[in-house]
Design a binder for this molecule. Structure first.
Ligand code: E4P
Length: 217
């Protein structure tokens, strides 16, 4: 399973990249706002060291304008995945942009039928939002499972990019279900390494080692 990092914070991406944890990056208008950076400039900086897909999102609501924005974003680097919303206009833009050879990430997916139609429109990635479904007491992981079944039934090549990941358990569950990619904020990726028994065990070993009076170096 590939790890994309869901942020436009370049320092945070670099830290994880140096550990080999970054297969790609996703951004959205809210993350660009949070970064305080210009979208073109920050996306270009991310693409200077991340070689996997870097999603940059269009903001227009009309297909024609999405196309113009998408082509401009795609010109930043060859590894840009143009992110379009799962609307009828977004699907039109997806069809054209994928036909032109660009990677397209169809975002804001909340149902299996939306994922089905995005695959028909040639999406490279479909982004179902787990956390936002959980927020309204629906089961985001059920959606990942449903899409996996549908895509496998018909051998769709669209990759399932599980998004709106909030917890380490979301990551594990997505891996069990067979999502192709998860995109998660840096703190969730770091939480994958944590376990209370690791901390407890290390504390005990450190105390016992001190009692031996020995040194390795
Ligand atoms: C995905 O591409 C989105 O940027 C992201 O995962 C949304 O997550 P949120 O629901 O935590 O904002």
């Amino acid at each position: 399973m590939k790890f994309f990092i869901d942020t436009a914070d370049v320092d945070a991406i670099r830290e994880l990249h140096d550990l080999g944890m970054v297969d790609g990056v996703t951004t959205n208008p809210s993350l660009i706002l949070k970064s305080g950076r210009d979208i073109i400039e920050v996306t270009r900086e991310i693409c200077s060291f991340v070689k996997g897909p870097v999603s940059a999102e269009v903001v227009s609501l009309k297909a024609d304008e999405m196309l113009a924005e998408g082509r401009k974003l795609a010109a930043i680097a060859p590894n840009i995945a143009v992110k379009v919303p799962l609307t009828w206009d977004g699907l039109k833009a997806c069809k054209v942009l994928s036909g032109e050879g660009f990677m397209v990430n169809v975002t804001l997916c909340f149902s299996a039928n939306q994922a089905l139609i995005a695959a028909k429109a040639g999406a490279t990635f479909i982004s179902p939002f787990i956390g936002r479904l959980d927020d309204i007491n629906l089961d985001g992981l059920d959606l990942i499972g449903d899409i996996r079944t549908i895509y496998d039934n018909y051998d769709f090549k669209t990759q399932i990019l599980a998004a709106s990941i909030r917890t380490a358990n979301h990551v594990k569950d997505c891996a069990m279900i067979g999502a192709d990619v998860i995109t998660a904020p840096p703190n969730v990726i770091k939480a994958l390494a944590s376990h209370v028994l690791t901390d407890k065990g290390l504390d005990q070993f450190t105390k016992d080692w001190a009692k031996t009076g020995q040194k390795i170096l």
